[in-house]
Design a binder for this molecule. Sequence first.
Ligand code: AMP
Ligand code: MG
Length: 374
Amino acid sequence: MGKTREWSAPPAKLLRVGDGFDLAALDRAATPGWAGKKKDAAAFLDRRAPLLSELQERLFAHGRAGGTRGVLLVIQGLDTAGKGGIVRHVLGMVDPQGVALRAFGVPTPQELRHHYLWRVRRALPRPGLIGVFDRSHYEDVLVPRVEGTIDDEAVWPRRFREINRFEARIAEAGTSIVKVALMPSYEEQGLRLMERLDRPDKHWKFSPGDVDTRSRWDDYQAAYADLLAATSTDAAPWYVIPADRKWYTRLAVTELLTQALVDLGLGWPRPRWRVATQRRRLAATMSEATLAEARSVAEEKLAQFEADERAHAEAVAQVEGRKSPDDGGAEGPKTGKTGKTGKTAKTGKTAKAPKQKSRKAEQPKRKGKKKQKK
Ligand code: AMP
Ligand code: MG
């Protein structure tokens, strides 16, 4: 087996839409930052899964303790881009209780009676959760534009500004937004749609309208290029993922999500009660024999916890250490630290202080419900 392959550069840097981004020039079969093959990616994901899962649990615990942080993953892409695969394979790595998934389809008559952001606002994740949008408000600057149901070019820049304001407010309230646009090639989409027709077990995924949408490929690409340029902000950046290789799409989105969770810098929340007191109360309800049994494994449990914490801190430091100093500040609250310093290797007590400064900032508020300021 040997050691697993690593990213050569963080996808958050390589895939981010910035000035001069050119969608038409994107190589959709490329695997930016990943020199390995599909099987290396599988090995890497096996290593990522426990990290992602624990980061999610920390976020969940933070939410339970009254914290304000959350994550919203917005997944956009045309039919067959692999949105469902992301939900199944990437979010499948974490506890489903911690995920708030919402798929946005053609607006219902009720939704149509409201502003287009109405249904989106209602679907925003509560703190502590990873919200996932399978399609989103971005359909509202794609479908009506390409299909011509709104025939007024002044609408789009207005909606872009509105969306940017909307997302900035969400980020300010504590939810980190990660937007991924999955981009397969025209040829690959043709193949994937044909497979849906070739296999009776995939017919349910097909709709005749998919061919109509495909026939307006160039218009959709142009509308995507426009929205990507207009709505990739510091508060809510876009990442464009080449999607001809499904394994790469999943690998890249996993890493972006992991990075966003690492950036939250969450430790385990401190309980509002005293451990010693509760231990005494519980002990009073147990027999001597049972207590002795609990005592016999106590040290082992603590050691296991400490080993887990060390492993977690190391994995986090590895994700952080990979970042270059110049991309700081782009993705929301930062500690101003360069990865490695978060570890207190000397004491071996990695558990308590991966990030002093951010821990303070991210510590759930005990009293009052003051809004988090950044
Ligand atoms: P699917 O994701 O394949 O289940 O399909 C959902 C369909 O709903 C796609 O064709 C989307 O383009 C369409 N859709 C989603 N949101 C909107 C919207 N705001 N306006 C028009 N069509 C939409
Ligand atoms: Mg579809």
